[in-house]
Every structure is written in structure tokens, then in C-alpha cells.
Design a protein around this ligand. Structure first.
Ligand SMILES: NC(=O)c1ccc[n+]([C@@H]2O[C@H](COP(=O)([O-])OP(=O)(O)OC[C@H]3O[C@@H](n4cnc5c(N)ncnc54)[C@H](OP(=O)(O)O)[C@@H]3O)[C@@H](O)[C@H]2O)c1
Length: 255
């Protein structure tokens, strides 16, 4: 029986992915801060899909939390076949107005924890020549975003890091980044941002992740949705100043 560890499983993409993977018969390890939500999800999934679910309520923005998670996972006798580094959040402010503590948490969660969990669980997959690491990036990784400068930079890191690791692993081990565009989750409420485009459904993102897992040889980076794929390509072709201004027109808070 294969086990999937999903960070950020208490809402949005992580929650729906947990349900989808349980429906495929995977055992689950669910991680986030809101224990009540994780426990309720675990109960539903166990009832509906009869799979084993383990919940760890942890704040993964704290340095050392990923090592603590790894320790608990191993102590409880789990081996991780699919790691989904999904937990993440964005802050929507001009850099001069950013809260330094929130930004430190954002960088630690979106980057530090993602890298450390990859290094923690990938070696066993490489040794087995099977397994998958799915890192959730964003279309924000394709150009700088005034108003979400830190968030977009963290997601550029996630995508670059993941694409590089894709080039390191042997056949049988899948490592890929998934970049959703604006999606209907709690993300924008948490960020304090107003989406300027229509929101995609979470199920679109889940379908892309599942297709990547099903592919024998997934691409290093997968963008969710045709429109987002076209926009990412355009942002590479137009002058950088234009790409920055367009992104800023969507997210730069008014003075
Ligand atoms: N929605 C979008 O438009 C969009 C677009 C591109 C990329 N993404 C990315 O997709 C991923 C999932 O986000 P979502 O859209 O599903 O948003 P969401 O509904 O806000 O879910 C975020 C998840 O991350 C968890 N999380 C946040 N801070 C955490 C912390 N300190 N420790 C542990 N877990 C934490 C949250 O759980 P707790 O609050 O319970 O801890 C929640 O389960 C993120 O990486 C996000 O950057 C989202």
C-alpha cells in the first residue's frame, strides 16, 4: 500500500488532493496547523475510502518543524511514497509595508520546509527507484509580481529547485512542479488580496496533479490551464518592464 504525505491538507488544493488520493487507495499522512479540520477530513476519508490516515498538526513555518515531522513520520513506522509539498501562503503588500515576521514565515514555509522535506524523503525514493515529489509552485513564478514580490520569488525558487531536482533523479522517481493560476481556495483571503481574474476550480488543479502522477515521465513543470500556459509564455516574450507592470496592475495595493 502506497502512502502519500500532503502538507497543507486542511483546506483548498491539499484537502481535495487528499480525498482524490484516498479514492485511489493511497494511505495518507496529513499535515497542517488546524487539527480540527485535519481530523474531520481524516474521519470522512476513512469512512468513504477505508484507507489509513495519520494526522500531524504542525506549524511548518517554524524552523526545525520539517525535521520534527520527519522524525514523527519515521517513529510511527511510515515510509513516504508520494510527497506533496503544498502548504504555502502569500502576503499582498508593497515590500516597504511588509510585516517582517510574516515574510520570514512565508519564506520558511514556502521554501525552507519544502526543500528540507524533499531532502528528507527523496533519498529513500531514489534508493527504491520509485516514488514522487510534487511541489506546488504558481503562475506567479513566471514573472516578478509587484504587490506580491516575496510570494512570487518564493514560487520562482520552488519551480527552479524542482526542475533542477527533476534532472537529478533516476527513472522511476517522479519530481515535478505544478503551477496553478488563481484558484478558488482560501488563498486570497489569507493573502488579503482580491483576485483580478476568474478563479479556476480546485478540481482542475487536482486533475493536473493526478495526470502528472500517472505519467511515466512527467514534465519538470506543469502549468494548470491553457490560458495560464499562454500567459506564462507571453510573459517570457514581452519586455520584462511590461511583464512587471502588468503583474503589478493586478496585485499592487493602492496607496
Ligand atoms: N489558490 C491559488 O490561487 C493558488 C495559486 C497558485 C498557487 N497556489 C499554491 O497552492 C498551495 C495551496 O494553497 P491553496 O490555494 O489550497 O490555499 P489554502 O486553502 O489557503 O491552503 C493552504 C494550506 O496550507 C496550510 N498552511 C498554511 N500555513 C501553514 C503553516 N504555517 N504550517 C502548516 N500548514 C500551513 C493551510 O493549513 P493551516 O492554515 O491549517 O495550517 C492550508 O491547509 C500553496 O502553496 C499556494 O501558494 C495557490
Amino acid at each position: 500500500m502506497s502512502t502519500a504525505l500532503i502538507t497543507g491538507a486542511s483546506s483548498g488544493i491539499g484537502k481535495e488532493l487528499a480525498i482524490a488520493l484516498a479514492a485511489r487507495g493511497h494511505e495518507l499522512i496529513l499535515v497542517a496547523r488546524r487539527k480540527d479540520r485535519l481530523t474531520a477530513l481524516a474521519k470522512d476519508v476513512v469512512t468513504s475510502h477505508k484507507v489509513k490516515v495519520t494526522v500531524y498538526a504542525m506549524d511548518l513555518s517554524k524552523p526545525g518543524s520539517s525535521a520534527e515531522l520527519e522524525k514523527q513520520v519515521l517513529a510511527d513506522g511510515h515510509s513516504v511514497d508520494i510527497l506533496v509539498n503544498n502548504a504555502g501562503f502569500g502576503t499582498n503588500a508593497r515590500v516597504v509595508d511588509e510585516d517582517r515576521a510574516s515574510v520570514a514565515d512565508e519564506i520558511q514555509l514556502n521554501i525552507g520546509t519544502l526543500v528540507d522535506l524533499t531532502i528528507a524523503f527523496l533519498p529513500a525514493m531514489v534508493a527504491r527507484k520509485s516514488g514522487a515529489v510534487v511541489n506546488i509552485a504558481s503562475t506567479a513564478s513566471y514573472q516578478p509580481v509587484p504587490g506580491m514580490a516575496v510570494y512570487a520569488a518564493t514560487k520562482s525558487f520552488v519551480r527552479s529547485f524542482t526542475e533542477a531536482v527533476w534532472g537529478e533523479v533516476p527513472a522511476g522517481v517522479k519530481v515535478f512542479a505544478v503551477s496553478p493560476g488563481a484558484t478558488a481556495t482560501e488563498f486570497f483571503d489569507v493573502a488579503g488580496a482580491t483576485p483580478s481574474t476568474a478563479l479556476a476550480s480546485v478540481s482542475e488543479v487536482i486533475d493536473v496533479i493526478l495526470a502528472g502522477l500517472d505519467s511515466e515521465y512527467p514534465a519538470p513543470s506543469i502549468i494548470v490551464g491553457t490560458r495560464n500556459r499562454v500567459l506564462a509564455r507571453i510573459s517570457r516574450i514581452v519586455p520584462l518592464t511590461m511583464a512587471i507592470r502588468v503583474a503589478g496592475s493586478m496585485f499592487l495595493p493602492k496607496k
